[in-house]
Design a protein around this ligand. Structure first.
Ligand code: H79
Length: 451
């Protein structure tokens, strides 16, 4: 960099960051102002995508057991940590996975680059416990990121902070090798390992749309480390998003933030649809079967369940990250792939009521949910309470009503209620999407409770 650049935004930013750091050190703990925030348009772009594919995969798929809690019990550690020597998913095809995501109408993908078990799905210079040491040998993250770029799907790595394999991570419910050291585990060394790997990932395979952290809840990880890691990632790639599991602010499986100032750009409800919230961005992560990692004959959600989750999530103003666990041979199970393509077919017809919308103004209830965009409100009626649906009034005039894709719907509006009728033969089997035009920007209508 030339000296003439001394007044470039970079140096100004560096100066501001240094000043903030000095103030922070004086105060003794990081202040909220030391948390580098997301770029607003990066968040908005991500919200507009609404639907992504989560993938949990690794040598554990050979056992058919859960990736997050099968090491030690029921698969003994010694056996678990050697599974990679048999991991040879010869039928893995990045082209097929990414095409499937596209056919499903998913706009982004998050893959377990490293889960709690510590195994790395890329060729990492910082460990041999990685894909390069398997009989397979091919770099899964390289192939997938290349293919995502080709097909226009955003990609982000899932990365577990806790690590059962790295000796300097010293906790993990008694299943980590930290317990076997003849010295104390050193979390500072683990933090270096984490940062080195994230930088490596970003340099070799980036840019990413998100760093999707997990495994932040154990005691070695602190709020200070969370803020520091957030800022590290942000400096690596200023327009990246970082989920709230980078820090200690997550409210358990509920996934939104505790009171206080915490790093993280969005909430992460797990295995549940988040509650309506337009002020804090959020993303529900949920499995298409019961397990995150592949299990033979795992119970698969019906199309109705999948679409209800998608609609209720979008209606709550959240994103959906729907998980598949590929098989040990590298294929996504055909029945799971079929279910995804069914969702894709529905989105082909109904996508305009999901992508680029915001949740509301009618908050989700037993009847269904609503989304909106410009002067349009989409009512997703999942359960008709009888001949008609009655919703609370809104301070906007409804100027027309019809079904998405054609077909008639009738609406009667008064000051305090809206009555919607669609004849039974015109109702959708799973979802009836009623398109209402209103006389103003629908996103500006204050959200109303609609039980
Ligand atoms: O990767 C998937 C799972 O393997 C992983 N997260 C998803 C995305 C996961 N690992 N463990 N768990 C989920 C369950 C952990 C639950 C708990 Fe806690 C940890 C209960 C108490 C500590 C975190 C803190 C969740 C609730 C409170």
């Amino acid at each position: 960099m030339s000296p003439t650049n001394a007044f470039s935004p970079f140096f100004v930013a560096l100066f501001v960051a240094t000043a903030t750091l000095a103030q922070t050190l004086a105060a003794g703990e990081p202040s909220a102002s030391s948390i580098l925030p997301a770029q607003p348009d990066a968040l908005q772009k991500w919200q507009e995508m609404r639907f992504g594919m989560f993938i949990h995969w690794g040598p554990v798929s050979l056992t058919g057991r859960e990736i997050g809690w099968s090491r030690g019990k029921p698969t003994p550690r010694e056996e678990y940590d050697n599974l990679y020597k048999r991991f040879n998913p010869a039928q893995f095809s990045a082209e097929e996975w990414v095409s499937l995501a596209k056919q499903t109408g998913m706009k982004y993908m998050v893959l377990t680059s490293k889960h709690h078990d510590g195994f790395c799905l890329w060729d990492s210079q910082y460990t041999d416990y990685d894909i390069a040491s398997t009989p397979f040998g091919r770099d899964v993250i390289k192939e997938l990121t290349d293919e995502c770029k080709r097909q226009g799907i955003a990609f982000g790595p899932y990365y577990s902070i806790l690590d059962w394999y790295q000796p300097d991570y010293g906790e993990s419910r008694g299943v980590g090798p930290g317990y076997e050291l003849d010295r104390q585990p050193d979390i500072r060394k683990h933090v270096d390992y984490v940062k080195n790997q994230l930088q490596e990932l970003n340099q070799k395979y980036g840019p990413f749309h998100v760093f999707w952290f997990d495994g932040e809840w154990e005691s070695p990880w602190t709020h200070e480390m969370g803020v520091d890691l957030n800022n590290f990632c942000r400096r690596l790639q200023p327009d990246v998003l970082i989920n709230n599991r980078v820090d200690k602010g997550r409210r358990g499986m509920h996934g939104m933030f505790q009171p206080g100032e915490f790093a993280g750009d969005y909430g992460t409800p797990e295995q549940r649809v988040g509650t309506f919230d337009r002020s804090v961005p959020w993303e529900t992560c949920m499995t298409i079967c019961r397990q995150w990692a592949w299990k033979p004959n795992d119970e698969l959600k019906s199309l109705q369940q999948c679409l209800q989750v998608l609609v209720l999530t979008a209606g709550g103003d959240g994103n959906l990250l729907l998980n598949v666990g590929p098989m040990p041979d590298g294929r996504i199970e055909p029945r799971q792939a079929d279910r995804l393509r069914e969702m894709g077919a529905w989105l082909q017809e109904n996508g305009e009521s999901i992508y680029g919308t915001r949740g509301g103004p009618f908050e989700p209830g037993k009847w269904g949910a609503s989304t909106c965009k410009g002067k349009t409100i989409y009512l997703h009626v999942l359960n008709w309470p009888g001949d008609r649906l009655t919703l609370p009034g809104i301070p906007a005039k409804i100027t027309s009503a019809q079904l998405l894709g054609g077909g008639s719907a009738s609406v009667e509006q008064s000051d305090d209620s809206i009555r919607v009728e669609v004849s039974p033969e015109n109702r959708g089997e799973i979802d009836t999407v009623v398109v209402l035009q209103v006389d103003r920007d629908a996103v500006m209508i204050p959200p109303v409770d609609a039980p």
